[in-house]
Design a protein around this ligand. Structure first.
Ligand code: SF4
Length: 300
């Protein structure tokens, strides 16, 4: 996943920052990690890319400023930052041709923290589009707690660490992005525990190619309905960043502890996940996906 840093139109507030990508094409808000990311994220303070790369200093400053603040306070600040940006129109340097509204990659660092936080961001994303901005997209570890509907028009992927969770997230209406210790192949692959095809993030596998892939040129996470494809897909990221070894180690430990503590997890979703999956299917999410898949077959 490519990240940008320097920008002439960088806006910094107490707990959040709004940074333009390099090269331009999308805008990246960062929010305080300590206050907003769930403890369920296995990388929080254990190899998180934002906490360990070029952005580490900013992340530390935001965390310090957010001490004593609720996740919703931080989301209010992120939403305000977006709402105040480009009041007269979002720059038209986005899209594959560089002539469309700039896309918005919500909180590269940080997460929504609650359904109310997601709703605030959804409203800010709507405003961004009304000001001629492009697509808003993000990833969340809060997918178990926050209903997909709270994100409104934001394209949001569930961040997961095990193949079984891909199916559970899908049943909750979320396409997934899984972090793996290493890609078994540069082509789409499958992992035991999930029937989904996993697409290695093109920015990671083709990052050094002559024609570098960025999220804006790839757009898989931005505006494709990965769940509606004939063979549903999820995105795979490989452990990367200055602490890639630590991330790999965390993933390997996680796999071992899950298989030791719950042998059933090798065969399928955890019990509470399986129940959630069943509830979602009963509430009609399965039918929605089925209908979308049929539509794609009719209009490929
Ligand atoms: S799959 Fe595409 S859109 Fe998603 S993070 Fe990778 S490059 Fe960006």
């Amino acid at each position: 996943m490519p990240f940008g840093m320097r920008d002439s139109c960088r806006k910094t507030s107490v707990t959040c920052s709004l940074v333009r990508s390099t090269p331009p094409g999308y805008q990246l808000p960062y929010a305080a990690i300590g206050a907003t990311c769930t403890e369920g994220c296995v990388f929080k303070s254990k190899g998180c890319f934002v906490q360990t790369s070029l952005t580490a200093k900013m992340a530390r400053a935001q965390d310090g400023a957010a001490r004593g603040h609720s996740p919703l306070d931080v989301m209010r600040e992120e939403a305000t930052l977006i709402n105040r940006a480009y009041r007269n129109g979002v720059p038209q340097d986005g899209g594959r041709d560089g002539q469309r509204g700039r896309d918005l990659r919500l909180h590269v660092g940080g997460d929504v923290g609650s359904a109310e936080g997601a709703e605030l961001l959804a409203e800010a994303a709507r405003g961004w589009r009304v000001r001629k901005g492009g697509v808003s997209w993000t990833y969340t570890h809060w997918w178990r707690e926050v209903p997909r509907s709270a994100f409104g028009e934001i394209n949001v992927l569930a961040s997961v660490e095990s193949p079984e969770e891909i199916e559970v997230a899908a049943a909750a209406g979320y396409p997934a992005a899984i972090t793996v210790d290493a890609f078994p192949s540069r082509r789409a692959f499958e992992l035991p525990g999930s029937s989904f095809r996993l697409i290695p993030c093109p920015a990671e596998v083709r990052g050094d190619a002559e024609e570098r892939v960025t999220c804006v040129s790839c757009r898989l996470c931005l505006d494709r309905d990965l769940l509606a494809l004939k063979v549903p897909r999820a995105i795979a990221f490989e452990a990367h960043g200055p602490q890639a070894a630590k991330v790999r180690d965390t993933l390997i430990q996680l796999r071992r502890s899950r298989s030791a503590a719950a042998p059933q997890s090798l065969r399928g979703p955890r019990r509470e996940d399986a129940m959630k999956l069943r509830e979602m299917k009963i509430s009609g999410e399965g039918e929605r996906r089925e209908a979308a898949a049929q539509k794609e077959e009719r209009h490929p």
